[in-house]
Design a protein around this ligand. Sequence first.
Ligand SMILES: [Fe+2]
Length: 193
Amino acid sequence: MESMQNFLPFTIQYSIDPVTFEPKDEIIKRTLSSMKGAFLDQAAAEQILAKEDPLIVEVFMAPVPAGPGFLMANINVVYPGKVGNEFYMTKGHIHDDPIHAPEIYITLRGTGKLVLQTLEGKFHMADMQPGAINYIPAPWAHRCVNCGDEPLVYLGIFPANTQRDYSFDSSNFKKRIVAQDGQVVAVDNTRAK
Ligand SMILES: [Fe+2]
């Protein structure tokens, strides 16, 4: 593991339209086929996949070691679209360390909802739009939903040694964010445990 003494200061240069991010390490791409189970309407997902496998989420990670004492910075993009009436979103996850692993999201472009929930079932929803800085306390699972018609782009900052647990997913989140009569609405998740 890289030592703190040898790690040099650096600057990330990014743009949001289109998204560029340098220097970067990994780019994570999630297409519908890789996260189909996150959406309620499986028939609608199959219909889309019969024609194409759209890119839903893209994450540009900074080249930071995953050790203690380092801060990760990443730019996340949730593309606009829906599966049935449910907006494109991230898979959602919870951090492994409920004390030392909070996260901050800074929205750079687009509009959306940040869906938050604890293991005990406390629920919270926050707006994401340029100007919003969302603070996510360590024990809260989180998912971002793009409710607009342009990419939702946000910067995430969190301890680099954080493990993201994706087993907190669409079977846990109490609400789904859908379009109803042209409105953005949070409805009960009928698949929640
Ligand atoms: Fe996170």
